[in-house]
Design a protein around this ligand. Structure first.
Ligand SMILES: [Fe+2]
Length: 354
């Protein structure tokens, strides 16, 4: 496959979905602390997410490797910024709203719990609910936890794109920008995880996997560019954002399935010995839902508490979640499996169009 040919074809199709660009959205509450009343509501969303606590702690959450030996291995924040990069370029090429895609990409993983997907599976199992997931937690954190429980008051389109970026949450009606973020997330983690697993951690992988990834190019930049170009070409053909049916898309799906065979071998599997004692400790504090408190912690928070022989409020006060604890009584009960995004279709007097 000639990747330069795919790149050139994508360039010739620039702005092919411009007619489907999302131009505006609405916020849940009319009151908004945006002093400049910016015309582009998604720029305001970006600023809010960038200065949130949830975004700040992403650097202490697992992407694939927990506490990697080299600082060049991606953590959750590094991953997030690569999703932002791909989503920005893809929306720019397609003629879609780059600011909406950037805001949603910045916020898409703020719901991740300590130790990434393995930690998430532990909490879901302990809760006895298959519905618990980081996509829903992202919406909860943005709306109910940030700013002492007042929430960031993001636009509905940014929240919806954050919610639907992975898993079974996608639906045909979501914005084209949300679809771009969903694909950009996959491009980022598949290619950079190959990069980290093979080039940095030197894990042995099959010849088949390397043959498939090299179809997209020989470097991280080439591979990502080829995937974005493939997305643009197929999307122009379908009249909507798509990367499912072309030969390149099928190769990407094969690559994903090969990577999913590797993940269980390289990720932190022994989280029980840390999550269990920390959960038990949080349960004894009586300051809020221990599942919520645990979900909001960083990798370091959990390891620090788990390694203490004596655990008390002093240990808790050193964690990143201690700041939110005093506000939990006022926030009230939160259903950790409900993204609470049904407000877009009602109560218009409380919402504002921008
Ligand atoms: Fe992600």
């Amino acid at each position: 496959m000639n990747i330069r040919g795919v790149w050139d074809k994508a360039v010739s199709l620039r702005d092919c979905l411009a007619h489907q660009r999302t131009v505006t959205s609405r916020r849940r509450y009319a009151e908004d602390e945006d002093p400049f009343n910016v015309k582009n509501c998604f720029v305001s969303d970006e600023a809010k997410i960038l200065s949130s606590k949830a975004f700040r702690v992403l650097g202490d959450r697992t992407q694939v490797f927990t506490f990697p030996e080299t600082p060049l291995i991606r953590d959750r924040k590094a991953h997030t910024m690569e999703v932002v990069a791909s989503a920005t370029i893809a929306t720019e090429m397609l003629g879609l709203n780059t600011d909406l895609a950037r805001a949603a990409a910045l916020g898409h993983d703020i719901g991740h719990v300590p130790f990434g997907h393995i930690g998430e599976e532990w909490i879901a199992r302990a809760m006895g609910s298959k519905k618990f997931c980081h996509e829903i937690m992202a919406s909860i954190i943005a709306q109910k936890i940030e700013r002492k429980g007042r929430g960031l008051n993001l636009t509905w389109h940014t929240l919806d794109a954050m919610l639907r970026h992975s898993g079974t949450m996608a639906r045909a009606e979501m914005s084209q920008e949300a679809w771009v973020v969903r694909y950009a997330d996959k491009f980022a983690y598949i290619f950079h995880d190959v990069n980290d697993i093979v080039s940095r951690m030197k894990y042995p992988v099959s010849r088949e996997l390397m043959d498939v990834v090299n179809i997209f190019g020989v470097s991280q930049r080439e591979r990502t560019t080829t995937a974005i170009a493939g997305l643009v070409v197929e999307s122009a053909d379908c009249g909507r954002v798509s990367f499912e049916s072309s030969a390149l898309a099928r190769k990407f799906m094969l690559l994903r399935s090969l990577m999913y065979e590797i993940y269980p071998r390289v990720t932190q599997q022994n989280v029980d010995s840390m999550m269990e004692p920390v959960f038990e400790f949080l349960s004894t504090l009586n300051i809020g839902n221990p599942f919520l408190l645990l979900a909001l912690m960083t990798d370091t928070d959990v390891v620090k508490i788990a390694s203490r022989k004596v655990r008390g409020m002093q240990a808790f006060n050193l964690t990143s979640v201690s700041e939110i604890a005093p506000h939990l009584p006022a926030i009230g009960k939160i259903d950790l499996c409900d993204p609470d995004l049904e407000w877009n279709s009602f109560n218009p007097e409380k919402e504002v169009m921008r």
